[in-house]
Structures are given as structure tokens and as C-alpha cells.
Ligand binder design. Structure first.
Ligand SMILES: Cc1cc2nc3c(=O)[nH]c(=O)nc-3n(C[C@H](O)[C@H](O)[C@H](O)COP(=O)(O)O)c2cc1C
Length: 201
């Protein structure tokens, strides 16, 4: 590997800790439940729920993460999406290990990220597996063999460079291969609810 693309030594973890079969079985598991966090829950209140409510104060956009295996297209609503690096271009998604999406992703596989616009909350519900009679049928376009949701504000295609242990989630670091955006206003998620921007610049 040329020096320009070789990660600094401190980031070059052995893949045996982080590869697909290593997820959830890394040395970090030993420390996972050392101390109960102080999340300010009242007596008897579920700790995870209290933590989730506080985390929910962080307003995010909403995306649909997609991938394709053969003829099978799969999409999953995700707000745990972040930019990581411009050089090299890297993004990160956090995926619940119990989801179908998690079983489909691994190093080398591509995923798409479609950033939803404010009118696409019904699509978010659909890809979150929530039943509803009038949830819309999604329409996809294929870019680099990867499905992307039509009408979204922004599209990315990334190839999984590394996967990491993330407790009950797995983290998939993707190298961006394609990115496009359109003008429009995003769908937001805050406090467990969909929101819209109060004003547009
Ligand atoms: C607004 C919103 C954001 C979500 N964000 C995530 C997320 O970042 N990661 C995740 O694993 N699940 C997330 N979910 C839950 C998944 O969309 C849901 O579990 C889905 O049914 C998983 O699909 P699958 O098992 O078919 O892959 C989110 C749901 C909603 C409504």
C-alpha cells in the first residue's frame, strides 16, 4: 500500500478484532457492562429508554441506507449517518446487529445513502418496517449497482472499507464513490418525531 493511503499506525487495528465475524466478539465486550451509566432516570425507569430519550435531543436528518444482493434490493431507515473525512472521502453508518441490513453488509460491499427531503416521512416509515396501508412504493435508481431512493435531497454510494464493533450496533466505514445533491429542505428527526426546518436560509 503506498504511504499516501496507508492509515497511521495507531489506526491500523488488526482486522481480526473488527471483521464481520469479529463483530460483537472483540476484546471491548469485556468492558461493556462494567459500570451502570448515570442517565438521570427515575427509580424503576428503563435505563436504555432514558439514555435513548437524551440521545434523541440530538437533531438529525433522516436517510435510507440501501444495498443490493443479486435481484434483491434492501433499504433501511437510518439517522445514524455521519461524514468522517474528505481526504480520503469517508462516511459512517451505525446499524443494529438484529437488522436484515446488518446481515447484508460486510467489507467490500457497497451501500447507498439517500438523504430524505421533508415530504418523504412516509418513505422513512416504510423503510423502518412500520406497517401502514398508504405507505408509498419506493422508486429506485441504480448507480454503481447500488439502489438509491428517487427524489431524495442527496445521494451517496460508498464501499465498506472497515467494519467495527459498536455494542448492539455495527459501524460500517464507507469510502465514498459517488455523491450528488439537489436543492430542497431536509426531513429532520428530533425527540423521536419527524420535524421540519423552522426557516429556510
Ligand atoms: C427515524 C429513524 C431512524 C432510524 N435510524 C436507525 C439507525 O441509524 N440504525 C439502525 O440500525 N436502525 C435505525 N432505525 C430502525 C430501522 O429503520 C428499523 O429497525 C428497520 O426495520 C430495520 O430494517 P431491516 O431489519 O429490514 O434491515 C431507525 C428508524 C427510524 C424511524
Amino acid at each position: 500500500m503506498p504511504d499516501a493511503v496507508r492509515p497511521p499506525a495507531e489506526f491500523d487495528f488488526p482486522l481480526s478484532w473488527t471483521g464481520p465475524e469479529g463483530i460483537g466478539a472483540s476484546p471491548f465486550d469485556e468492558f461493556a457492562e462494567v459500570e451502570t451509566p448515570d442517565v438521570g432516570s427515575d427509580d424503576g425507569q428503563d435505563l436504555a429508554l432514558a439514555l435513548r430519550r437524551t440521545l434523541g435531543m440530538f437533531a438529525t436528518g433522516v436517510t435510507v441506507v440501501t444495498t443490493r444482493r443479486g435481484e434483491q434490493v434492501h433499504g433501511m431507515t437510518a439517522n445514524a449517518f455521519m461524514s468522517v473525512s474528505l481526504e480520503p472521502p469517508l462516511v459512517l453508518i451505525s446499524v443494529d446487529r438484529r437488522t436484515k441490513m446488518c446481515a447484508l453488509l460486510h467489507e467490500g460491499r457497497r451501500y447507498g445513502v439517500s438523504v430524505l427531503c421533508e415530504t418523504q416521512a412516509p418513505l422513512s416509515e416504510r423503510f423502518a418496517g412500520r406497517a401502514g396501508e398508504d405507505l408509498p412504493e419506493p422508486r429506485f435508481e441504480l448507480v454503481r449497482d447500488t439502489p438509491l431512493v428517487q427524489g431524495a435531497l442527496a445521494h451517496f454510494v460508498a464501499r465498506v472499507e472497515r467494519s467495527y464493533w459498536g455494542g448492539d450496533h455495527s459501524l460500517f466505514l464507507g469510502r465514498v464513490e459517488y455523491a450528488r445533491h439537489h436543492k430542497g429542505t431536509p426531513l429532520l428527526f428530533h425527540g423521536g418525531r419527524y420535524e421540519r426546518l423552522g426557516h429556510v436560509r
